[in-house]
Design a protein around this ligand. Structure first.
Ligand SMILES: [Ca+2]
Ligand SMILES: [Ca+2]
Ligand SMILES: [Ca+2]
Length: 366
């Protein structure tokens, strides 16, 4: 099967915004979400960043075994995305733009060497796309839940982070395209027989980012646009001030957030095909699912009159580029409402309750 990257679809989704982006000086732009294309650019050869079944991260064996590889079909062709298995094994969390119009969906786990350890399917009726999703990225609504035809056992699913994780470091993972951060060529599927991981930091949420840009007269800021949820933003640092895109933008918009020069050789950024995959924060004992990969963005500095942030214009996951991930804490209630299964004990209480009602009614009739 040949997979196109999600980039093609995202390009279509954002074509109108791209057109708006031509008038860069005009404050009529909603965040130039334009060049949004998300995952994995790394600091060295991509083969160094494969994850494998059972691999330990912070001492947790198989920490990334629950990363899902999504292959789906719609009217425009075949596509690839990523996702994360939720605790319980029945549901996968992914991006809305990976789940909103498929006719056929396969979900795999433990994909390495071109073979999956576990394969499941999802029927169209078992895709739950966030109600606030309109097809526009960065609103905080790019999130969806897939119910697998059969629950996965033997792989630990992820618990969700319920806190705002801006400022925290995270581990990212996905089955998308790859490229070395210093190579001025598009990301590709050359190492597509494996999933990849890397690290970064959530620097700011897109609402704060766009409000600062609005106050600076760069964008039109509409708080309603960001009402559905939070989107975490990260930059791909190479350790220098020049590529610290979010740090530089903060500097010209009132320093409403801080952004470091990065995490050295472990720093990474998502790329096409990593959409829907997870960002995980460490809580001291386990990796919590904190973000869902939504978009990538190169050229952000241009809007702010800054130059030299992006080191490779053909590589949309190079140093200086940005990514955005939908925050799980914004959607805890909705996710629980979709995935909640009453405990056996609850059923017993409900039956007992109904029985009592029955008894009460019979007594009344007497
Ligand atoms: Ca960074
Ligand atoms: Ca930075
Ligand atoms: Ca770039």
């Amino acid at each position: 099967m040949i997979f196109n990257t999600k980039q093609l679809k995202l390009a279509a989704v954002t074509a109108a915004l791209l057109a708006a982006g031509v008038a860069q000086a005009s404050p009529s732009m909603q965040a130039d979400i334009a060049k949004l294309e998300p995952f994995t650019g790394n600091t060295s050869a991509v083969t160094n960043w494969r994850f494998t079944i059972g691999q330990s991260f912070n001492g947790v064996a198989g920490a990334l075994d629950g990363v899902a590889r999504l292959s789906f079909t719609n009217a425009d062709g075949n596509w690839a995305c990523s996702g994360s298995l939720l605790a319980g094994g029945q549901y996968v969390l992914t991006a809305a733009h990976c789940a909103d119009n498929f006719s056929k969906m396969t979900v795999q786990f433990g994909w390495q060497g071109g073979t999956a350890a576990v394969t499941r399917n999802v029927s169209v009726g078992n895709a739950f796309v966030n109600k606030a999703w309109t097809g526009q990225l960065d609103t905080g609504a790019d999130i969806a839940i897939l119910k697998l035809d059969t629950a996965v056992t033997g792989i630990n699913g992820y618990h969700l982070s319920t806190t705002n994780d801006v400022g925290k470091d995270y581990l990212m993972a996905g089955y998308g395209t790859t490229q070395n951060a210093n190579t001025n060529l598009p990301t590709n599927w050359n190492d597509g027989n494996y999933g990849h991981y890397g690290f970064n930091t959530f620097d700011v949420d897109s609402k704060t980012f766009n409000k600062a840009a609005g106050d600076a007269g760069i964008y039109d800021y509409d708080p309603n646009y960001y009402a559905p949820g939070a989107t975490y933003m990260s930059d791909f640092d190479d350790g220098t001030d020049a590529r610290n895109t979010l740090g530089r933008i903060a500097g010209v918009t009132g320093n409403k957030w801080s952004s470091s020069n990065g995490r050295g050789p472990i720093e990474a950024l998502i790329a096409g095909g990593d959409s829907g995959g997870g960002d995980f924060v460490w809580n001291g004992s386990e990796w919590l699912l904190s973000g869902v990969h939504s978009w990538g963005w190169q050229g952000a500095c241009d809007d702010f009159g800054l130059t030299g942030c992006d080191n490779s214009t053909k590589n949309k996951s190079s140093y200086g580029d940005l990514s955005g991930s939908t925050a799980t804490y914004s959607h805890i209630g909705w996710i629980n409402s979709v995935t909640a299964v009453p405990e056996p004990g609850t059923y017993a209480m409900m039956i007992a309750g109904l029985a009592l009602v029955g008894v009460a009614r019979r007594r009344k009739q007497k």
